[in-house]
Design a protein around this ligand. Structure first.
Ligand code: ASP
Length: 438
C-alpha cells in the first residue's frame, strides 16, 4: 500500500458540511494515511477566518482589552462542528485552557496555532485517526528559522509506528518549547514536510479550486486547467505572480521527488493539477504550460559604440546598481547596448542618482529609460526542443500590434519573457494564450 499525505485548507474545513466532505474523501482511499488540516476558513465572503480571530484575541489581551466576545465566536464555530458531526468530544476544557493562556500573556504564535490544533483534534476524532502534535516533531531554531535537519528525522521517527494520523498544520516548536508558526498559509508547508518525512508517494493539497489555470482567469475568460506541470515551470509561473503554491511549501517535496496533486474538496472527481519532477502538459506537443506576468517595471537601456570591446563594462554597470542596493530582473544585451530590467519598487527614489552614476562612470553614448513596462512570461518545458513556438508567439503579438520592448529567454529554454507597455499587459497575455489554445 502506498502512502498519501492529504492537506486540507481552511475553506475545506470551514463548517460541518465541509468536514463531512473531507471525511468521505479520506475514507475513499485507504492510502490517505496522514492528514494535515488548516484552521477553519471563511464560510462565505464576509465571514472571518479563525486564525484572524485568534490573532485579534491575542492583540486585545496584550492591550488589556476584553476579548471574550471574539473568543466566543471562535468557541461557537468549533462547538458547532463537534455537535454537527455527532462527536462525543468535550472541547470545553481545551477551549478554556486556551482562553486562560491568551489572557495570561501567551504569544501571538501560540494563540494563532490553536486554530489548527483544535481542528486537528476534531478531525482526528471524526476520522478515527491518531492525533499527533507537530510541536513534538517540527522544529525551529531559537531564532525562529525552520530546522529542516532535526525535523526530517523526528517526523520519520514519530510517524513510523503510527499507521494513520492527523497532524495540525502551520506550527512547530522552538528549543525552549515555545510554539512557532510558519508564515501565513503555512499549513501547505507542514503538509510537504510530513510528505517528505514519511516518504509519501503523493502529497495531495486539497483546496477550493480544481488546480491551476493556464492563465489568470481575471484576464483570460475561462482558461484551461493545467493537468500536469513540472516543479521548475511552477516556480517560473509563481515568480511571475501566478497564484500558486508558496515556494517554501514546494521545497521539501520537490527535494524528495514527491509529486503534488492540487485537488478540489468541492469537486473531488476533477483531476486537478499534478506537479511533477519531469514531464508536464507542454511535453512534445508544441504547447505551452501557462502564461503569467507582472506590471511595474522600468527598463534602462544603455548604448555605447564598441561596448563589447570595453573590458569590465558590465561589471561596472552592475556595481553601480549594487551600490544603490538595487537588484535587477533581467539584463538583455546586444553588441553595443545593454539593458537592465528593474522592478519599480526597487528603483523608487533612486533613478536620478543611478542615471547620474551611469553617465559619470560609464560615459555611454545614450541612456534611455522606459518606465511603465510589464513583463510576461510564457512557460513550457517542451519549448526547448520544439521549433516554431517563438515564431507563433511573436507572430501573434505582431498581428495584434503589440510592441515588444524586450525579449529574454532563460537558459533552460523553458520560458520566453517579453517586456511590453503596462497598458498592453492584459492584451499580451490574452494574445499569447489564444495563440496556443483554441
Ligand atoms: N491558518 C493559517 C492561516 O490562516 C495557516 C493556513 O491556513 O495554512 O494563515
Amino acid at each position: 500500500m502506498g502512502i498519501k499525505v492529504a492537506k486540507f485548507g481552511g475553506s475545506s474545513l470551514a463548517d460541518v458540511e465541509q468536514f463531512k466532505k473531507v471525511g468521505s474523501i479520506v475514507m475513499m482511499d485507504e492510502e490517505r494515511r496522514y492528514i494535515v488540516p488548516s484552521a477553519p476558513g471563511k464560510r462565505h465572503s464576509s465571514d472571518h477566518k479563525i486564525t484572524d480571530l485568534l490573532y485579534l484575541c491575542q492583540e486585545h489581551a496584550q492591550k488589556g482589552v476584553p476579548f471574550g466576545e471574539v473568543f466566543e465566536l471562535i468557541s461557537t464555530r468549533y462547538l458547532e462542528i463537534v455537535e454537527g458531526l455527532g462527536l462525543s468530544l468535550d472541547l470545553e476544557p481545551i477551549l478554556e485552557d486556551i482562553r486562560e493562556k491568551i489572557l495570561g500573556g501567551y504569544s501571538a504564535e501560540y494563540t494563532a496555532s490553536r486554530g489548527e490544533y483544535l481542528n486537528g483534534i476534531i478531525l482526528a476524532e471524526f476520522l478515527g485517526y491518531e492525533f499527533v502534535d507537530p510541536a513534538d516533531m517540527i522544529f525551529f531554531t531559537q531564532a525562529g528559522a525552520y530546522d529542516a535537519q532535526a525535523t526530517k528525522e523526528a517526523v520519520r521517527e514519530a510517524l513510523s509506528e503510527v499507521e494513520r494520523a492527523v497532524i495540525p498544520g502551520f506550527y512547530g516548536s522552538r528549543p525552549d518549547g515555545g510554539i512557532q508558526t510558519f508564515s501565513r498559509g503555512g499549513s501547505d508547508i507542514t503538509g510537504a514536510i510530513i510528505a517528505q518525512g514519511v516518504g509519501a508517494d503523493l502529497y495531495e493539497n486539497w483546496t477550493d479550486v480544481s488546480g491551476f489555470m493556464m492563465a489568470d482567469p481575471r484576464i483570460v475568460n475561462n482558461p484551461k486547467p493545467i493537468k500536469e506541470i513540472t516543479y521548475k515551470e511552477l516556480r517560473e509561473l509563481a515568480y511571475m505572480g501566478a497564484n500558486v503554491l508558496h515556494e517554501e511549501s514546494v521545497f521539501p517535496v520537490r527535494q524528495a521527488g514527491i509529486p503534488i496533486n492540487i485537488k478540489n474538496t468541492n469537486d473531488p472527481e476533477a483531476v486537478g493539477t499534478l506537479i511533477v519532477p519531469n514531464g508536464g502538459d507542454s511535453q512534445g506537443n508544441g504547447m505551452i504550460t501557462g502564461v503569467a506576468g507582472k506590471k511595474g517595471f522600468t527598463i534602462i537601456s544603455i548604448e555605447k559604440a564598441m561596448m563589447n570591446a570595453e573590458l569590465g563594462f558590465g561589471r561596472k554597470l552592475l556595481s553601480i546598481i549594487e551600490s544603490h542596493g538595487i537588484s535587477f530582473e533581467h539584463m538583455p544585451s546586444g553588441i553595443d547596448n545593454i539593458s537592465l530590467v528593474i522592478a519599480d519598487n526597487e528603483l523608487e527614489g533612486k533613478l536620478e542618482e543611478v542615471l547620474e552614476d551611469i553617465n559619470q562612470q560609464l560615459k555611454p553614448d545614450s541612456v534611455d529609460v522606459h518606465s511603465s513596462m510589464a513583463l510576461v512570461a510564457t512557460v513550457g518545458m517542451g519549448m526547448a526542443r520544439t521549433p516554431g513556438i517563438s515564431g507563433k508567439l511573436f507572430g501573434a503579438l505582431g498581428d495584434e500590434n503589440i510592441n515588444v520592448r524586450m525579449i529574454a529567454q532563460g537558459s533552460g529554454e523553458m520560458n520566453i519573457i517579453i517586456g511590453v507597455e503596462n497598458e498592453d499587459f492584459e492584451r499580451a497575455i490574452q494574445t499569447i494564450y489564444f495563440a496556443f489554445v483554441e
